[in-house]
Design a binder for this molecule. Structure first.
Ligand code: HGY
Ligand code: MN
Ligand code: MN
Ligand code: MN
Length: 398
């Protein structure tokens, strides 16, 4: 048994939130490689050492707290979205820290902790764990840029003074990640914990439409080549065309649009936008890609616009490991009898990548009003603690 300390765990969660605290409620702005992100990671490294672990950064800013010998690995990420909440990622890292610390105190099994870098995808999709797992090469990652045009290579140079070698995955027997659900289902069912069955796959790319920049007062409508009108038409058409292909679980998002020159009185000459889609079935992801490419080409042709596609990033759907899942289910039934379920993850997680290297599994706790990737993200304290206890129970069973 590993006896965790809920007060210490909650205090550490609140302490981590102070790095990049922003907005109303418990909001956080701590994107990968920002000053608050690096400061938070240095604080976490101190806490890992105080817990009796050896701290080590890898070349891309992921931070490990290593136990001696072969160990279970527990963690998540401590970077946030450009507007994020205090729990997305942070919860899994601090839960790992508390369980590792409690295990050292009890002379229990060796447990290591990790906070992966850029899970939130400033430079792509779960960048730090994707590189560690081999889902993304360092060379390709270094070329990826954020929406301001900063490259991953430039950003990670800001952490070069902390960087060590990549950690050998063979040190670890398996990976557990605790996370907020970021959706409505557990709260609606009044359940404290979800054991994840599988994580959906994702595709993400940038699309650019080139029109003719011109005067918004004097250019007749029929003579315009307006890049924003292209985005608008594209969006309407894919919403219609996806209808024949998707399920109620399929999701797609245009979350970023940048118009050039971005001014009230100028017909936009260029629109760069993101297109992201997610589903549990790789074949459906591929059919959606065809619709996206064909529709964009058709819109560009009809409206006299130039078209280019950026690199498509993606991760395949993955099942969670059966025996780690069983340990989580047994522990959930012991801690919250009848108050838990098994469920799919529609959000992406570092566990997707780590499952390539070792058995991996995940645990969810409810999100109040199902809100995440927003300052309003929160979870009831009792649910945070129940999740910690389920995770500690699973770690002790393994
Ligand atoms: O977007 C995601 O699913 C993850 O939170 N980065
Ligand atoms: Mn997350
Ligand atoms: Mn997130
Ligand atoms: Mn003028």
């Amino acid at each position: 048994m590993i006896t965790v300390n809920p007060e210490r765990f909650l205090a550490d969660l609140h302490r981590l939130r102070e790095f990049g605290a922003a907005g109303v409620g418990k909001g956080v702005v701590r994107p990968a490689f920002s000053a608050p992100d690096i400061a938070a990671r240095e604080w976490l490294a101190d806490e890992m050492r105080a817990a009796g672990l050896t701290s080590q950064f890898d070349p891309v800013g992921s931070l490990f707290g290593l136990a001696e010998g072969k160990s279970l690995l527990i963690g998540s990420h401590s970077d946030s979205q450009p507007e994020g909440g205090w729990l997305d990622g942070a919860l899994g890292v601090i839960a790992g820290l508390e369980i590792a610390r409690a295990s050292v105190e009890a002379g229990g099994p060796p447990i290591s902790v990790v906070s992966f870098q850029d899970e939130e995808g400033r430079f792509g999709v779960t960048t730090g764990s994707a590189i560690w797992s081999g889902n993304l090469s360092l060379e390709d990652a270094d070329r990826q840029t954020d929406r301001e045009g900063v490259s991953f290579a430039e950003a990670r140079a800001g952490m070069a003074h902390l960087a060590g070698d990549f950690i050998d995955p063979a040190r670890f027997t398996g990976f557990l990640e605790m996370h907020i659900e970021q959706g409505p289902w557990l709260e609606q069912a009044g359940e404290a914990v979800g054991v994840v069955t599988d994580i959906v796959g994702i595709r993400d790319m940038r699309i650019t439409l080139e029109g003719q920049q011109n005067h918004a007062g004097t250019t007749p409508m029929h003579l315009r080549r307006d890049a924003f009108q292209g985005v608008s038409r594209f969006n309407s058409l894919i919403n219609e065309r996806f209808r024949n292909v998707v399920t109620p679980q399929t999701v797609w998002t245009i979350g970023h649009v940048r118009l050039h020159p971005d001014a009230h009185s100028i017909v936009p000459g260029q629109a760069v936008f993101s297109m992201q889609w997610r589903d549990g079935d790789a074949d459906r992801l591929r059919r959606m890609e065809e619709i996206i490419r064909d529709t964009a080409a058709e819109v560009a042709q009809d409206m006299g616009l130039g078209l280019s596609f950026g690199d498509m990033l993606g991760l395949e759907p993955v099942p969670m490991d059966g025996s780690l899942r069983a340990a989580l289910c047994d522990s959930a039934e012991a801690v919250v009898p009848g108050g838990w379920r098994q469920m799919q993850s529609g959000a992406l997680h570092d566990a997707t990548n780590v499952s390539r290297l070792m058995p991996a599994a995940m645990l969810f706790v409810p999100s109040i009003d199902g809100i995440s990737h927003a300052f309003a993200e929160d979870t009831a304290e009792a649910d945070l603690v129940a999740g910690l206890e389920v995770l500690a129970g699973a770690a002790a069973r393994l």
